[in-house]
Ligand binder design. Sequence first.
Ligand SMILES: Nc1nc2c(ncn2[C@@H]2O[C@H](COP(=O)(O)OP(=O)(O)OP(=O)(O)O)[C@@H](O)[C@H]2O)c(=O)[nH]1
Length: 433
Amino acid sequence: MKPCSFSHISLWVFVGFYLASLAFPSVVQAYSADDELAAQNNNSVKASAEPENILNNKVPLPINARILSLLSLVQQNDQKNTVQVTGVLLQLEEINSTFNAAEQYLIFLIHGLIEHHAQQDKQAIAWLEKTLNLRDEIPEKQLYLPEFSEVNLIFARSFSALGDFKQAFDYKKKYIRNGYQYFEGTRADKVKELNITYATDQKIKQNELLANQNKIKRLKIIAAENKKFAQQRNILILVITVIVFFILLLRQIKVRKKLKYLAKVDSLTNLYNRRTLFEKGAESVDIAVNEKQSLSVILLDIDFFKNINDNYGHDIGDEVIIIIAELGSETMRSRDLFARLGGEEFAGILPGVGCAEAKAIAERLREKVASKDWSEFNIKEQLTVCIGVACLEQVEPNFDALLNAADIAMYYAKANGRNRVYQFNDESQNYND
Ligand SMILES: Nc1nc2c(ncn2[C@@H]2O[C@H](COP(=O)(O)OP(=O)(O)OP(=O)(O)O)[C@@H](O)[C@H]2O)c(=O)[nH]1
Protein backbone atom coordinates (compact mmCIF):
# COMPACT_ATOMS: atom_id res chain seq x y z
CA MET A 1 0.00 0.00 0.00
CA LYS A 2 2.84 2.34 0.78
CA PRO A 3 4.21 2.59 -2.75
CA CYS A 4 0.69 2.91 -3.97
CA SER A 5 -0.16 5.87 -1.81
CA PHE A 6 3.17 7.46 -2.64
CA SER A 7 2.47 7.02 -6.35
CA HIS A 8 -0.91 8.63 -5.85
CA ILE A 9 0.50 11.69 -4.10
CA SER A 10 3.51 11.94 -6.33
CA LEU A 11 1.33 11.67 -9.43
CA TRP A 12 -0.69 14.74 -8.37
CA VAL A 13 2.53 16.55 -7.47
CA PHE A 14 4.04 15.78 -10.86
CA VAL A 15 0.88 16.67 -12.75
CA GLY A 16 0.77 19.96 -10.87
CA PHE A 17 4.43 20.53 -11.53
CA TYR A 18 3.97 19.69 -15.21
CA LEU A 19 1.03 22.07 -15.62
CA ALA A 20 2.92 24.80 -13.74
CA SER A 21 5.92 24.30 -15.93
CA LEU A 22 3.72 24.69 -19.00
CA ALA A 23 2.13 27.85 -17.65
CA PHE A 24 5.21 29.32 -15.95
CA PRO A 25 8.40 28.00 -17.51
CA SER A 26 10.41 30.61 -15.53
CA VAL A 27 9.22 29.05 -12.27
CA VAL A 28 10.48 25.68 -13.48
CA GLN A 29 13.82 27.30 -14.21
CA ALA A 30 13.99 28.88 -10.72
CA TYR A 31 13.15 25.62 -9.04
CA SER A 32 15.66 23.71 -11.12
CA ALA A 33 18.52 26.01 -10.18
CA ASP A 34 18.45 24.65 -6.62
CA ASP A 35 18.14 21.11 -7.65
CA GLU A 36 20.92 18.59 -7.26
CA LEU A 37 20.48 17.77 -10.87
CA ALA A 38 21.20 21.38 -11.68
CA ALA A 39 23.47 20.63 -14.55
CA GLN A 40 21.02 18.34 -16.17
CA ASN A 41 18.14 20.67 -15.39
CA ASN A 42 20.01 23.61 -16.85
CA ASN A 43 20.28 21.60 -20.01
CA SER A 44 16.59 20.83 -19.83
CA VAL A 45 15.61 24.46 -19.32
CA LYS A 46 17.91 25.44 -22.08
CA ALA A 47 16.23 22.78 -24.12
CA SER A 48 12.81 24.23 -23.31
CA ALA A 49 14.02 27.57 -24.65
CA GLU A 50 15.49 25.95 -27.74
CA PRO A 51 13.99 22.47 -27.81
CA GLU A 52 14.68 21.88 -31.48
CA ASN A 53 18.46 22.28 -30.93
CA ILE A 54 18.54 19.59 -28.26
CA LEU A 55 16.35 17.16 -30.09
CA ASN A 56 17.98 17.59 -33.43
CA ASN A 57 21.69 17.76 -32.67
CA LYS A 58 22.60 14.12 -33.50
CA VAL A 59 21.26 11.27 -35.55
CA PRO A 60 19.53 8.65 -33.28
CA LEU A 61 21.25 5.25 -33.00
CA PRO A 62 19.45 2.39 -34.75
CA ILE A 63 17.52 -0.05 -32.55
CA ASN A 64 16.95 -3.73 -33.25
CA ALA A 65 13.20 -4.23 -33.72
CA ARG A 66 13.21 -7.36 -31.51
CA ILE A 67 14.52 -5.34 -28.57
CA LEU A 68 11.68 -2.85 -28.99
CA SER A 69 9.10 -5.66 -29.16
CA LEU A 70 10.62 -7.25 -26.01
CA LEU A 71 10.36 -3.90 -24.22
CA SER A 72 6.75 -3.60 -25.33
CA LEU A 73 6.00 -7.15 -24.03
CA VAL A 74 7.66 -6.61 -20.67
CA GLN A 75 5.83 -3.28 -20.19
CA GLN A 76 2.56 -5.22 -20.20
CA ASN A 77 3.64 -6.78 -16.87
CA ASP A 78 2.30 -10.18 -17.77
CA GLN A 79 3.99 -13.10 -15.95
CA LYS A 80 3.80 -15.26 -19.08
CA ASN A 81 5.38 -12.51 -21.17
CA THR A 82 8.08 -11.90 -18.60
CA VAL A 83 9.26 -15.51 -18.71
CA GLN A 84 9.19 -15.46 -22.51
CA VAL A 85 11.03 -12.14 -22.64
CA THR A 86 13.73 -13.38 -20.25
CA GLY A 87 14.36 -16.42 -22.50
CA VAL A 88 14.48 -14.43 -25.70
CA LEU A 89 16.66 -11.78 -24.12
CA LEU A 90 19.20 -14.37 -23.04
CA GLN A 91 19.21 -15.85 -26.56
CA LEU A 92 19.63 -12.42 -28.06
CA GLU A 93 22.53 -11.57 -25.81
CA GLU A 94 24.20 -14.88 -26.63
CA ILE A 95 23.83 -14.47 -30.39
CA ASN A 96 24.68 -10.80 -30.56
CA SER A 97 27.33 -9.38 -28.31
CA THR A 98 27.77 -6.13 -30.27
CA PHE A 99 24.79 -4.02 -29.31
CA ASN A 100 25.13 -0.27 -29.71
CA ALA A 101 24.75 1.97 -26.66
CA ALA A 102 21.05 2.63 -27.31
CA GLU A 103 20.25 -1.06 -27.70
CA GLN A 104 22.29 -1.93 -24.59
CA TYR A 105 20.44 0.86 -22.74
CA LEU A 106 17.06 -0.66 -23.59
CA ILE A 107 18.27 -4.19 -22.68
CA PHE A 108 19.26 -2.88 -19.21
CA LEU A 109 15.84 -1.22 -18.99
CA ILE A 110 14.13 -4.53 -19.87
CA HIS A 111 16.14 -6.31 -17.16
CA GLY A 112 15.26 -3.54 -14.73
CA LEU A 113 11.56 -3.78 -15.65
CA ILE A 114 11.58 -7.56 -15.20
CA GLU A 115 13.15 -7.18 -11.76
CA HIS A 116 10.76 -4.37 -10.84
CA HIS A 117 7.74 -6.46 -11.87
CA ALA A 118 9.19 -9.30 -9.78
CA GLN A 119 9.36 -6.75 -6.87
CA GLN A 120 13.15 -7.16 -6.83
CA ASP A 121 13.64 -3.41 -6.79
CA LYS A 122 17.22 -3.42 -5.59
CA GLN A 123 18.21 -5.59 -8.56
CA ALA A 124 16.01 -3.39 -10.72
CA ILE A 125 17.88 -0.28 -9.58
CA ALA A 126 21.19 -2.08 -10.17
CA TRP A 127 20.17 -2.80 -13.78
CA LEU A 128 18.86 0.70 -14.29
CA GLU A 129 22.03 2.31 -12.94
CA LYS A 130 23.95 0.55 -15.72
CA THR A 131 22.08 2.77 -18.17
CA LEU A 132 23.60 5.89 -16.63
CA ASN A 133 27.08 5.00 -17.96
CA LEU A 134 25.67 4.75 -21.48
CA ARG A 135 23.94 8.14 -21.56
CA ASP A 136 27.01 9.96 -22.92
CA GLU A 137 27.16 7.61 -25.92
CA ILE A 138 23.52 8.13 -26.87
CA PRO A 139 22.37 11.29 -28.66
CA GLU A 140 20.52 13.52 -26.26
CA LYS A 141 17.61 13.67 -28.70
CA GLN A 142 17.19 9.93 -28.44
CA LEU A 143 17.25 9.97 -24.61
CA TYR A 144 14.13 12.14 -24.64
CA LEU A 145 12.16 9.43 -26.44
CA PRO A 146 9.45 7.87 -24.21
CA GLU A 147 11.02 4.35 -24.25
CA PHE A 148 14.42 5.76 -23.07
CA SER A 149 12.88 8.17 -20.61
CA GLU A 150 11.02 5.24 -19.00
CA VAL A 151 14.27 4.40 -17.15
CA ASN A 152 13.53 7.40 -14.87
CA LEU A 153 9.98 6.19 -14.27
CA ILE A 154 11.13 2.69 -13.30
CA PHE A 155 13.86 4.24 -11.12
CA ALA A 156 11.18 6.32 -9.39
CA ARG A 157 8.89 3.33 -8.90
CA SER A 158 11.71 1.13 -7.61
CA PHE A 159 12.96 3.79 -5.17
CA SER A 160 9.39 4.39 -4.13
CA ALA A 161 8.96 0.65 -3.52
CA LEU A 162 12.09 0.73 -1.38
CA GLY A 163 10.75 3.75 0.53
CA ASP A 164 13.35 6.19 -0.75
CA PHE A 165 10.83 8.90 -1.68
CA LYS A 166 13.41 11.61 -2.17
CA GLN A 167 15.10 9.60 -4.97
CA ALA A 168 11.70 8.48 -6.23
CA PHE A 169 10.53 12.11 -6.36
CA ASP A 170 13.65 13.27 -8.18
CA TYR A 171 13.44 10.52 -10.81
CA LYS A 172 9.73 11.09 -11.29
CA LYS A 173 10.39 14.80 -11.71
CA LYS A 174 13.10 13.96 -14.19
CA TYR A 175 10.73 11.63 -16.01
CA ILE A 176 8.06 14.33 -16.29
CA ARG A 177 10.59 16.93 -17.39
CA ASN A 178 11.90 14.60 -20.04
CA GLY A 179 8.33 14.06 -21.19
CA TYR A 180 7.84 17.80 -21.35
CA GLN A 181 11.10 18.24 -23.25
CA TYR A 182 10.08 15.51 -25.65
CA PHE A 183 6.69 17.10 -26.12
CA GLU A 184 8.22 20.57 -26.67
CA GLY A 185 10.86 19.20 -29.02
CA THR A 186 8.29 17.29 -31.00
CA ARG A 187 6.03 20.33 -31.06
CA ALA A 188 8.92 22.53 -32.30
CA ASP A 189 9.74 19.91 -34.91
CA LYS A 190 6.11 19.79 -35.92
CA VAL A 191 5.92 23.61 -36.10
CA LYS A 192 9.12 23.66 -38.11
CA GLU A 193 7.79 20.95 -40.37
CA LEU A 194 4.48 22.79 -40.76
CA ASN A 195 6.37 26.01 -41.51
CA ILE A 196 8.42 24.22 -44.14
CA THR A 197 5.26 22.61 -45.58
CA TYR A 198 3.51 26.00 -45.56
CA ALA A 199 6.52 27.70 -47.19
CA THR A 200 6.74 24.88 -49.75
CA ASP A 201 3.00 25.14 -50.46
CA GLN A 202 3.33 28.89 -50.83
CA LYS A 203 6.27 28.40 -53.16
CA ILE A 204 4.34 25.82 -55.21
CA LYS A 205 1.33 28.15 -55.37
CA GLN A 206 3.55 31.07 -56.35
CA ASN A 207 5.17 28.91 -59.02
CA GLU A 208 1.75 27.79 -60.24
CA LEU A 209 0.63 31.42 -60.30
CA LEU A 210 3.76 32.40 -62.22
CA ALA A 211 3.28 29.46 -64.58
CA ASN A 212 -0.34 30.51 -65.16
CA GLN A 213 0.71 34.13 -65.69
CA ASN A 214 3.36 32.97 -68.14
CA LYS A 215 0.77 30.79 -69.86
CA ILE A 216 -1.60 33.76 -70.15
CA LYS A 217 1.28 35.90 -71.44
CA ARG A 218 2.17 33.22 -74.01
CA LEU A 219 -1.46 32.92 -75.08
CA LYS A 220 -1.69 36.71 -75.40
CA ILE A 221 1.49 36.74 -77.50
CA ILE A 222 0.12 33.92 -79.69
CA ALA A 223 -3.21 35.77 -80.04
CA ALA A 224 -1.37 38.99 -80.98
CA GLU A 225 0.80 37.08 -83.47
CA ASN A 226 -2.29 35.43 -84.96
CA LYS A 227 -3.99 38.81 -85.24
CA LYS A 228 -0.86 40.26 -86.87
CA PHE A 229 -0.65 37.27 -89.21
CA ALA A 230 -4.36 37.65 -90.12
CA GLN A 231 -3.84 41.37 -90.81
CA GLN A 232 -0.77 40.66 -92.96
CA ARG A 233 -2.69 37.90 -94.79
CA ASN A 234 -5.62 40.26 -95.41
CA ILE A 235 -3.26 42.98 -96.67
CA LEU A 236 -1.55 40.42 -98.93
CA ILE A 237 -4.93 39.24 -100.28
CA LEU A 238 -5.94 42.87 -100.86
CA VAL A 239 -2.65 43.67 -102.65
CA ILE A 240 -2.92 40.51 -104.80
CA THR A 241 -6.56 41.35 -105.62
CA VAL A 242 -5.61 44.91 -106.61
CA ILE A 243 -2.67 43.63 -108.73
CA VAL A 244 -4.88 40.99 -110.42
CA PHE A 245 -7.56 43.64 -110.98
CA PHE A 246 -5.00 45.99 -112.60
CA ILE A 247 -3.53 43.19 -114.73
CA LEU A 248 -7.04 42.26 -115.95
CA LEU A 249 -7.82 45.94 -116.54
CA LEU A 250 -4.59 46.43 -118.54
CA ARG A 251 -5.32 43.28 -120.55
CA GLN A 252 -8.85 44.51 -121.19
CA ILE A 253 -7.53 47.90 -122.32
CA LYS A 254 -4.98 46.14 -124.55
CA VAL A 255 -7.63 43.85 -126.06
CA ARG A 256 -10.00 46.75 -126.64
CA LYS A 257 -7.15 48.72 -128.23
CA LYS A 258 -6.32 45.74 -130.44
CA LEU A 259 -9.98 45.26 -131.38
CA LYS A 260 -10.23 48.96 -132.12
CA TYR A 261 -7.10 48.73 -134.28
CA LEU A 262 -8.37 45.57 -136.03
CA ALA A 263 -11.66 47.34 -136.69
CA LYS A 264 -9.73 50.08 -138.46
CA VAL A 265 -7.30 48.05 -140.58
CA ASP A 266 -7.46 45.44 -143.28
CA SER A 267 -6.05 42.18 -141.95
CA LEU A 268 -4.36 41.14 -145.26
CA THR A 269 -2.46 44.34 -146.05
CA ASN A 270 -2.46 46.17 -142.70
CA LEU A 271 -3.72 49.24 -144.58
CA TYR A 272 -6.66 51.23 -143.26
CA ASN A 273 -9.93 49.57 -144.32
CA ARG A 274 -12.94 50.97 -146.16
CA ARG A 275 -14.65 52.24 -142.98
CA THR A 276 -11.57 54.16 -141.82
CA LEU A 277 -11.05 55.48 -145.33
CA PHE A 278 -14.51 57.06 -145.29
CA GLU A 279 -14.00 58.48 -141.76
CA LYS A 280 -10.60 59.99 -142.62
CA GLY A 281 -11.87 61.08 -146.03
CA ALA A 282 -14.78 63.04 -144.46
CA GLU A 283 -12.38 64.65 -141.93
CA SER A 284 -9.92 65.56 -144.75
CA VAL A 285 -12.69 67.18 -146.84
CA ASP A 286 -13.84 69.23 -143.83
CA ILE A 287 -10.29 70.39 -143.10
CA ALA A 288 -9.64 71.22 -146.76
CA VAL A 289 -12.91 73.17 -147.06
CA ASN A 290 -12.36 75.04 -143.80
CA GLU A 291 -8.73 75.85 -144.58
CA LYS A 292 -9.41 76.37 -148.29
CA GLN A 293 -6.78 73.88 -149.24
CA SER A 294 -6.52 71.43 -152.15
CA LEU A 295 -7.48 67.79 -151.68
CA SER A 296 -7.22 64.95 -154.20
CA VAL A 297 -8.22 61.31 -154.21
CA ILE A 298 -6.85 58.46 -156.30
CA LEU A 299 -8.63 55.15 -156.87
CA LEU A 300 -6.60 52.12 -158.04
CA ASP A 301 -7.90 48.83 -159.48
CA ILE A 302 -5.65 45.92 -160.57
CA ASP A 303 -6.16 44.98 -164.22
CA PHE A 304 -7.41 41.48 -164.98
CA PHE A 305 -6.84 40.37 -161.42
CA LYS A 306 -9.33 37.56 -161.81
CA ASN A 307 -6.87 35.94 -164.24
CA ILE A 308 -4.11 35.94 -161.54
CA ASN A 309 -6.41 34.12 -159.14
CA ASP A 310 -7.53 31.75 -161.85
CA ASN A 311 -4.03 31.03 -163.21
CA TYR A 312 -1.89 31.07 -160.04
CA GLY A 313 -4.28 30.48 -157.21
CA HIS A 314 -5.87 32.65 -154.51
CA ASP A 315 -2.71 32.70 -152.32
CA ILE A 316 -0.62 34.25 -155.11
CA GLY A 317 -3.53 36.68 -155.68
CA ASP A 318 -3.22 37.67 -151.97
CA GLU A 319 0.57 38.18 -152.36
CA VAL A 320 -0.09 40.48 -155.35
CA ILE A 321 -2.59 42.50 -153.29
CA ILE A 322 0.00 42.83 -150.45
CA ILE A 323 2.74 43.98 -152.91
CA ILE A 324 0.41 46.57 -154.52
CA ALA A 325 -0.45 47.81 -150.99
CA GLU A 326 3.27 48.22 -150.20
CA LEU A 327 3.95 50.04 -153.51
CA GLY A 328 0.98 52.35 -152.87
CA SER A 329 2.09 53.10 -149.29
CA GLU A 330 5.69 53.87 -150.24
CA THR A 331 4.50 56.21 -153.02
CA MET A 332 2.37 58.27 -150.59
CA ARG A 333 3.80 61.13 -148.46
CA SER A 334 3.66 60.94 -144.68
CA ARG A 335 0.49 63.06 -144.47
CA ASP A 336 -1.31 61.01 -147.18
CA LEU A 337 -3.47 57.97 -146.48
CA PHE A 338 -3.52 54.81 -148.61
CA ALA A 339 -6.34 52.35 -147.81
CA ARG A 340 -7.83 49.14 -149.19
CA LEU A 341 -11.31 49.83 -150.43
CA GLY A 342 -12.11 46.15 -150.89
CA GLY A 343 -11.13 43.27 -153.25
CA GLU A 344 -8.39 44.46 -155.58
CA GLU A 345 -9.35 48.14 -155.18
CA PHE A 346 -7.30 50.77 -153.24
CA ALA A 347 -7.82 54.48 -152.57
CA GLY A 348 -5.44 57.28 -151.58
CA ILE A 349 -6.34 60.58 -149.88
CA LEU A 350 -3.81 63.33 -150.69
CA PRO A 351 -4.38 66.47 -148.53
CA GLY A 352 -3.00 69.76 -149.93
CA VAL A 353 -2.51 68.19 -153.36
CA GLY A 354 -4.10 69.64 -156.51
CA CYS A 355 -5.27 67.78 -159.63
CA ALA A 356 -2.02 67.92 -161.61
CA GLU A 357 0.18 66.84 -158.74
CA ALA A 358 -2.23 64.03 -157.81
CA LYS A 359 -2.15 62.78 -161.37
CA ALA A 360 1.67 62.80 -161.31
CA ILE A 361 1.72 60.77 -158.05
CA ALA A 362 -0.78 58.31 -159.55
CA GLU A 363 1.36 58.04 -162.63
CA ARG A 364 4.45 57.23 -160.52
CA LEU A 365 2.50 54.47 -158.78
CA ARG A 366 1.23 53.04 -162.05
CA GLU A 367 4.79 52.93 -163.38
CA LYS A 368 6.08 51.19 -160.25
CA VAL A 369 3.49 48.45 -160.65
CA ALA A 370 4.06 48.15 -164.38
CA SER A 371 7.81 47.81 -163.91
CA LYS A 372 7.60 45.41 -160.98
CA ASP A 373 9.30 42.05 -161.47
CA TRP A 374 6.78 39.34 -160.47
CA SER A 375 9.03 36.39 -161.31
CA GLU A 376 9.45 35.49 -157.60
CA PHE A 377 5.73 34.54 -157.71
CA ASN A 378 6.17 32.71 -161.06
CA ILE A 379 3.77 35.21 -162.64
CA LYS A 380 4.60 35.42 -166.34
CA GLU A 381 2.22 38.24 -167.29
CA GLN A 382 3.12 41.85 -166.54
CA LEU A 383 0.65 43.20 -163.98
CA THR A 384 -0.80 46.68 -164.45
CA VAL A 385 -3.25 48.95 -162.72
CA CYS A 386 -5.78 51.63 -163.68
CA ILE A 387 -5.92 54.74 -161.47
CA GLY A 388 -8.66 57.35 -161.45
CA VAL A 389 -7.83 60.81 -160.01
CA ALA A 390 -10.26 63.43 -158.74
CA CYS A 391 -9.72 66.72 -156.88
CA LEU A 392 -11.98 68.68 -154.54
CA GLU A 393 -12.48 71.74 -156.75
CA GLN A 394 -14.12 69.53 -159.43
CA VAL A 395 -16.94 68.11 -157.28
CA GLU A 396 -19.36 68.79 -154.45
CA PRO A 397 -17.37 69.26 -151.20
CA ASN A 398 -17.96 65.83 -149.74
CA PHE A 399 -15.88 62.64 -149.72
CA ASP A 400 -18.49 60.41 -151.42
CA ALA A 401 -18.60 62.76 -154.39
CA LEU A 402 -14.83 62.92 -154.53
CA LEU A 403 -14.43 59.12 -154.43
CA ASN A 404 -17.22 58.63 -156.92
CA ALA A 405 -15.48 61.02 -159.34
CA ALA A 406 -12.20 59.07 -158.96
CA ASP A 407 -14.13 55.83 -159.57
CA ILE A 408 -15.59 57.25 -162.76
CA ALA A 409 -12.13 58.30 -163.94
CA MET A 410 -10.75 54.81 -163.05
CA TYR A 411 -13.49 53.13 -165.10
CA TYR A 412 -12.71 55.49 -167.94
CA ALA A 413 -9.13 54.33 -167.81
CA LYS A 414 -10.26 50.68 -167.87
CA ALA A 415 -12.48 51.38 -170.82
CA ASN A 416 -9.63 52.96 -172.68
CA GLY A 417 -7.23 50.05 -172.61
CA ARG A 418 -6.02 49.63 -168.94
CA ASN A 419 -2.55 50.44 -167.45
CA ARG A 420 -3.58 54.07 -167.42
CA VAL A 421 -4.16 57.07 -165.16
CA TYR A 422 -7.21 59.16 -165.90
CA GLN A 423 -8.23 62.35 -164.19
CA PHE A 424 -11.89 63.08 -163.67
CA ASN A 425 -13.15 65.73 -166.12
CA ASP A 426 -16.10 66.47 -168.27
CA GLU A 427 -15.10 63.72 -170.66
CA SER A 428 -14.78 61.04 -167.97
CA GLN A 429 -17.86 62.36 -166.17
CA ASN A 430 -19.81 61.51 -169.22
CA TYR A 431 -18.27 58.12 -169.41
CA ASN A 432 -20.86 55.40 -169.51
CA ASP A 433 -20.11 51.71 -169.23
N1 LIG B 1 -6.79 36.61 -154.13
C1 LIG B 1 -7.77 37.49 -153.85
N2 LIG B 1 -8.66 37.74 -154.79
C2 LIG B 1 -9.64 38.65 -154.52
C3 LIG B 1 -9.74 39.31 -153.32
N3 LIG B 1 -10.82 40.15 -153.36
C4 LIG B 1 -11.36 40.03 -154.59
N4 LIG B 1 -10.67 39.12 -155.34
C5 LIG B 1 -10.86 38.69 -156.68
O1 LIG B 1 -10.59 39.75 -157.57
C6 LIG B 1 -11.25 39.50 -158.79
C7 LIG B 1 -11.84 40.74 -159.38
O2 LIG B 1 -12.24 40.42 -160.65
P1 LIG B 1 -13.04 41.42 -161.59
O3 LIG B 1 -13.95 42.26 -160.75
O4 LIG B 1 -13.67 40.65 -162.64
O5 LIG B 1 -11.96 42.32 -162.18
P2 LIG B 1 -10.68 42.03 -163.00
O6 LIG B 1 -10.50 40.58 -163.23
O7 LIG B 1 -9.53 42.66 -162.28
O8 LIG B 1 -10.90 42.71 -164.32
P3 LIG B 1 -10.84 44.26 -164.53
O9 LIG B 1 -10.96 44.90 -163.23
O10 LIG B 1 -11.94 44.56 -165.47
O11 LIG B 1 -9.51 44.46 -165.15
C8 LIG B 1 -12.30 38.42 -158.46
O12 LIG B 1 -11.91 37.21 -159.07
C9 LIG B 1 -12.30 38.29 -156.96
O13 LIG B 1 -12.55 36.98 -156.52
C10 LIG B 1 -8.78 38.99 -152.34
O14 LIG B 1 -8.77 39.53 -151.24
N5 LIG B 1 -7.81 38.11 -152.67
